[in-house]
Design a protein around this ligand. Structure first.
Ligand SMILES: [Zn+2]
Length: 360
């Protein structure tokens, strides 16, 4: 099958286009024909390499896939060939204590497509049956691919880990990113009172407003701590949603009200932060980490897409063969929302309801 893989780290040239062996679905597995695959910063880390981290190379990148069921392995008898589907990006063992408790993202063997096993920068991807979800009705393959990882991450951060409650105030950092564009929508859905958002351009701030942000700050020109304090009468926000990390962490803490929580799912500006521990106990603050979320939460998010509550934001599409250019576009951080690779022009279409699924 045609696709890209990474066998050694480097720049765009480390993405090797070629003809690779077709993966064969084993017992309980499904082979999906990839129609659309969304990009994530993880794809850049895989390509560039991360000091002290070993990826199982060679590896096909790509964590977020939408496509059609192409074939099934032994024991899978409840899917029709050709059925449009969304692939859950996280693969867990399915039988440990965490998995059976519905917290598969805490499974010791949890791994992502495109990080621990082959992903979607190719014609086919093979995943366990439980990772194959019905494509949300009304969404194109491209929109469906742009949804799962960022919405799952943002939902778990705000609803579960930070416990954002109705009428609380929240600050969403780096609103132009995929995960933050999901975070704004989720904060809105959870009933946040004021949604503050930071971004580096007027266009991104306008887009953040359209998604539901009530106050926006250009972090290149404005001090968001002062802005938050002014708007909240000196109190600060209840929750900071962050994946910028080192560069903004100390200021994010200062933007928190007493009893506030900062929830982190990444540290794109760097993993080292310097801050005064006294603020943590004087103000009763919580620093909370979060990675992904459960398969059950992802199913709830799919319902949110179908009901029109959540909208995946697609910034641009590139044909699969142009993945190196797509990655450079991602690295430039000039887009608002997700960049998606397409296998064919049909990826932009909304699949018709699949025969036999109407009773579902
Ligand atoms: Zn497990």
């Amino acid at each position: 099958m045609k696709g890209f893989r990474v066998s050694g780290h480097g720049g765009p040239e480390a993405l090797e286009w070629g003809d690779w062996p077709e993966p064969v679905p084993g017992p309980g597995e499904v082979r999906v024909r990839v129609r659309a695959c969304a990009l994530n910063h993880l794809d850049l880390w895989l390509r560039n390499g991360v000091p002290g981290h070993r990826f199982p190379l060679p590896l096909i990148p790509g964590s977020e896939v939408a496509g059609d069921v192409e074939s099934t392995g032994p024991g899978v008898d409840d899917l029709a060939i050709g059925e449009p589907c969304l692939v859950a990006p996280g693969v867990a063992c399915g039988h440990c204590d965490s998995c059976t408790a519905g917290e598969d993202h805490l499974c010791a063997r949890y791994g992502l497509l495109g990080e621990h096993r082959d992903g979607g920068y190719s014609e086919f991807v093979v995943v366990p049956r439980r990772n194959v979800l019905q494509i949300p009705r009304g969404l194109s393959y491209v929109q469906a691919a742009a949804g799962p990882l960022v919405f799952l991450t943002a939902w778990h951060m705000l609803a579960v880990r930070a416990g954002l409650r109705r009428n609380e105030d929240v600050l969403i950092q780096a609103a132009g990113s995929g995960v933050s564009s999901a975070g704004i929508q989720i904060a809105h859905e959870l009933g946040a009172r004021r949604i503050f958002a930071t971004a580096g351009s007027a266009a991104k701030l306008e887009a953040a407003r359209e998604l539901g942000a009530t106050h926006v700050f250009n972090y290149r020109e404005e001090d968001f701590v002062r802005g938050v304090k002014e708007a909240t009468g000196g109190r600060g926000v209840d929750v900071v949603f962050d994946h910028v990390g080192g560069e903004t962490f100390e200021r994010s803490l200062r933007a928190l009200a007493r009893g506030g929580r900062i929830v982190l799912c990444g540290a794109t500006s760097g993993g080292d932060a310097r801050f005064n521990l006294r603020a943590i106990f004087f103000k009763s603050l919580s620093i909370v980490g979060s990675t992904m979320g459960s398969l059950g939460e992802l199913r709830q998010i799919v319902h949110g897409f179908e009901r029109g509550i959540f909208r995946p934001i697609v910034a641009a599409t590139f044909p699969l063969e142009e993945a190196p250019a797509a990655q450079e576009a991602l690295a430039s951080r000039t887009h608002f929302g997700k960049i998606v690779l397409t296998a064919d022009p049909g990826a932009l279409s909304v699949p018709r309801p699949f025969a036999g699924e109407d009773a579902a």
